[in-house]
Design a protein around this ligand. Structure first.
Ligand SMILES: [Zn+2]
Length: 374
């Protein structure tokens, strides 16, 4: 993997870059679509690729449980299995294991995960994590080495180191201990990766919760190791202003010559605030999840719900002048009818539009940075 910075803003930390991978280029800043099970719900790989989604996020945890990383390897790797020719990033599986234990991804990100709500994490040891499969109750042991092995079998262009996601409501001592263990696990991930690089890249994950000193310590340690890039993970605060405040303080400690990725945040208002801080890529299931509920994104960072009565007779596209497949062919009125009739076509057409908006908005950000507007 190679990262080149094409333009560094003089106004902010924003930059325009290009990540070169074995499966092609990712222009940055960019949005990364989430296809948990190796598919964005309702859209096949060719549709996604034609929308211009340059990087797709697939979840190792889910693929491990079904159909299994070994099966995917036998099928020729994830790219061939799902027929995607463009780059793929996979996570370590750790995030899902821990966030399911602490009460779900969404509540953990909003820092509301206060206690373990189920028994999916059976035991955490220095070696790794025992967890119970939500599919069949099987006990599975995930370690830095086995996570990297699974990501090698999947064959992602970019892999993510195995880390521990501490709950938001944790005491200082536990947070420090968790960070130290995460660093040991990430170093072990790196060693396992370097034993068989396989033209793949590995990102570290910067942790430290809402403690700025721990965050800086994490940046310092991880940037001393030959990771190809950096994810920023864990809880960054209980709301957006806190997250932006934390990132404003953390980003100057993140190495600029390597790409970085904000894990699990990708709504348009957050992206707008994060780009000037120097963030390169963002993954989120929000645009497609919102689409499935009829929420339509617009290029000016707004959204509306097409199922509301006032769109019943709206004989125009979802967004005027939108060049996406959906807006070129169908009206908001028809979309509303499909949603109300519970036709899955509604979700697919709305997902196509929302992803198109993400692609065009990110291209516009790159233009604005290059033109000195950001
Ligand atoms: Zn559209």
């Amino acid at each position: 993997m190679k990262f080149e910075i094409l333009y560094q803003s003089k106004k902010s930390r924003a930059r325009v870059g290009r990540i070169h991978t074995p499966h092609g280029v990712i222009d940055t800043p960019n949005f990364v679509a989430v296809g948990t099970n190796g598919s964005i719900k309702g859209l096949d790989s060719l549709v996604v690729e034609n929308l211009g989604i340059q990087l797709m996020f697939c979840n190792t945890y889910h693929l491990l449980l079904q159909p299994g990383s070994k099966l995917i390897q036998q099928a020729g790797g994830l790219h061939r299995f799902m027929n995607r020719t463009a780059p793929i990033i996979t996570d370590s599986g750790g995030f899902q294991v821990f966030s399911l234990a602490y009460g779900g991804v969404a509540s953990e990100l909003k820092s509301q995960g206060t206690k373990k709500t189920d028994a999916s994490v059976v035991k955490i040891t220095e070696d790794g994590v025992w967890f119970k499969s939500y599919r069949n109750g099987d006990k599975i042991f995930l370690t830095p080495e086995s996570s990297i092995q699974a990501q090698k079998e999947l064959g992602a262009d970019i892999m993510i180191s195995f880390d521990e996601l501490p709950p938001y409501h944790t005491d200082q001592q536990s947070l420090e201990k968790s960070l130290e263990r995460t660093h040991r696990w990430e170093k072990r991930s790196l060693d396992a990766h370097l034993a068989n690089p396989n033209h793949q890249a590995l990102y570290a994950v910067i942790h430290g919760g809402v403690d700025i000193n721990l965050r800086k310590k994490s940046c310092e340690y991880l940037s001393s190791l030959p990771f190809d890039g950096f994810g920023i993970g864990g809880s960054l605060g209980k709301n957006k202003p806190e997250m932006i405040n934390m990132l404003t303080q953390v980003m100057p400690s993140v190495p600029t010559e390597r790409p970085n990725h904000l894990l699990g945040i990708g709504d348009l208002p957050s992206i707008a605030e994060c780009i000037p801080l120097g963030l390169d890529t963002f993954d989120s299931s929000y645009p497609t999840k919102a689409a499935r509920h009829g929420t339509i994104l617009t290029p000016d960072n707004q959204h509306y719900n097409v199922t509301r009565t006032r769109f019943a007779l709206h004989q125009r596209p979802l967004v005027d002048d939108c060049t996406c497949y959906t807006c070129q062919n169908y009206t908001a009125s028809y979309l509303q009818h499909l949603f109300r009739a519970h036709e899955t076509t509604a979700m697919n057409l709305a997902s196509i539009h929302n992803l198109h908006v993400m692609v065009t908005v990110m291209a516009e950000y790159r233009r604005k940075i290059a033109d000195g507007e950001i």
